[in-house]
Write a protein that binds this ligand. Structure first.
Ligand code: FAD
Length: 501
């Protein structure tokens, strides 16, 4: 008996592990709900909700094949032991998972158990992430090769088995970190496919121009992130659908192409980034909580100010663009890249809060929480990688650039209704109309300058450079290097510049 263990790949289409598990005899399609995982402080009700909707579609698709999705709740090892006693598992199939530290540890114990019991555990990669990668050189080329492999087809039929299945526990029965939401995205493969279609048919046309403003990004970005994170769509099928669209567009006259090609190229680049960032966590699972570069270890952690954290968490810092972004995120579970970066940058630089704490909170809010992207990005936006440009976003400038008429700000901060157009990005200049909205908790310019000088001082140190080279060799993205540069293991000059946004 083979077992296909569905994890972050909740689909039957283009699911290599599922297709291959079905090739050699009867198979148990299994989803394990792990209450201990759901009690970790990076998971929340919105992830649960999205998962349930993905499982509904998966159940439907497996039933159409003649089987039932077997659901078990509890400790994965105990569940495997139980199934093994009854069915004598010969092969276990699941996609290679690069998720949080808890799942990393769980997989290590499952691996020990399969080895001990002579069960073959096959873990193909479902994206471009490579396990036990020796060298980052050639990674991008490899990613493209992987994305071009034909989609894996589900079997035509599955045989029905007589095996116990359970209900997923209700949120109230597990200690789930519940953050109320107004309107998060719907999960499930059908929703994912609708989003992909509408993005490639219409919404994506001005993606490259409209992704940075929270006003236009909601519609012009693909909104596929949570589907990629839960695997209701595969990154490969999204890549291939986008390439097909590009091919169609090439046949059209120039005037009909508009901004499409530029937008789709930009989008394809981000699909690659998705895997590039997850690769970092795959190579070093500890970056979920440890600075990539140790020079930053002594920073921030002892300066933690509870009150700053509370104000940032609830959208009450006194900076409208920061607060509107946070409140919109709390209500919808999604935010565009630039506003996520600004939120993180404001917390890490202006408020000098450690990313280890703030990123956990953001994880509970993002429906698309993907640890590999999340912690790498959190570290990048906090300046602790040692290899990326230091980007300190000025929230007033971001407001003026990305929401000049304050439409986004007024939507999420209704108390500022009476503040004039001239002062809306700096409402403290119109103090009598603030209507309970707080004054800024820090002076923007002073806080930014102070943070920049602390970080810059460290980066000038010779010791910093030595370790930065090592981080770059392990995690940096790069074009293929010549043998000469490779042997020198050199960091590029552009990797250490400072920039203020
Ligand atoms: C502090 C911080 C935390 C983040 N945490 C997450 C997270 O937990 N999960 C997550 O999926 N993304 C995360 N991102 C990256 C990015 O903001 C989201 O992927 C994007 O906003 C999702 O919306 P979309 O699907 O419409 O993206 P699109 O712009 O349509 O992009 C398509 C896909 O490309 C990938 N992608 C896009 N931008 C990036 C990027 N900068 N880095 C890596 N992959 C990217 C995503 O898978 C996305 O779904 C984070 C960014 C920051 C600054």
């Amino acid at each position: 008996m083979n077992v296909i263990w569905f994890k972050r790949d909740l689909r039957v289409w283009d699911n290599e592990a599922f297709s291959k598990a079905c090739e050699s005899g009867p198979v148990i399609p299994l989803y394990i709900f792990e209450p201990e995982l759901w009690s970790q402080n990076d998971l929340s009700y919105r992830h649960y909700q999205f998962l349930i909707e993905c499982l509904d579609d998966l159940k439907y698709d497996i039933e159409k094949l003649g089987q039932e999705l077997i659901i078990r709740s509890g400790n994965a090892l105990e569940i495997f032991q139980d199934i093994n006693q009854q069915f004598d598992i010969s092969e276990l199939w699941s996609h290679q998972e690069t998720w949080n530290y808890w799942t990393f540890k769980r997989d290590s114990s499952v691996r020990k158990w399969t080895d001990l019991n002579n069960i073959e555990w096959n873990e193909p990669s479902q994206n471009g992430v490579i396990r036990a990668l020796k060298d980052r050189d050639g990674w991008s080329k490899n990613w493209h090769t992987k994305m071009k492999v034909d989609n894996f087809l589900p079997p035509e039929k599955l045989n029905k088995l007589n095996i116990k299945t359970e209900e997923i526990p209700k949120p109230k029965d597990i200690s789930l970190n519940r953050i109320d939401f107004v309107n998060i995205q719907k999960g499930g493969r059908r929703e994912g496919l609708k989003l992909l279609d509408s993005f490639l048919l219409k919404r994506g046309k001005n993606y490259s121009r409209e992704m940075s403003s929270p006003l236009t990004a909601t519609n012009s970005c693909s909104r596929l992130s949570a589907h990629l994170s839960f695997g209701s769509l595969s990154i490969k099928e999204v890549f291939q659908a986008t390439e097909a669209k590009k091919k169609e567009l090439k046949e059209l006259p120039k005037e009909l192409k508009g901004n499409w090609i530029k937008s789709l190229n930009s989008f394809l680049g981000r699909l690659r980034w998705h895997c590039h960032f997850i690769q970092k966590l795959e190579d070093e699972p500890e970056i979920e909580f440890k600075n990539m570069h140790t020079s930053y270890d002594a920073l921030r952690i002892n300066d933690f100010k509870d009150i700053f954290f509370e104000k940032w968490k609830t959208g009450k810092t006194g900076y409208p663009m920061v607060d509107a972004s946070m409140r919109s995120l709390i209500a919808t579970g999604w935010l565009n890249f630039r506003m996520r970066a600004m939120l993180m940058s404001f917390a890490s630089y202006h408020l000098w809060l450690p990313w280890q704490i703030t990123s956990r909170y953001l994880a509970t809010l993002f429906t698309d929480y993907e640890p590999g992207i999340h912690y790498s990005q959190s570290q990048m936006q906090s300046g602790t990688t040692g290899i990326n440009s230091v980007r300190i976003y000025n929230p007033i400038k971001q407001g003026l650039d990305q929401d000049p008429d304050a439409v986004f700000i007024r939507k999420w901060l209704p108390e500022l209704k009476k503040v004039s157009k001239e002062n809306i990005h700096m409402p403290w200049k119109d103090a009598e109309n603030m209507n309970g909205y707080p004054h800024p908790i820090v002076d923007e310019s002073e806080a930014r300058t102070s943070a920049a000088s602390k970080i810059y001082k460290l980066r000038k140190d010779k010791i910093h450079k030595l370790e930065a080279n090592k981080v770059y060799i392990k995690h940096g993205s790069r074009k293929p290097r010549s043998k000469k540069t490779k042997s020198k293991n050199k960091l590029k000059k552009s990797d250490v510049q400072m920039s203020l946004f």
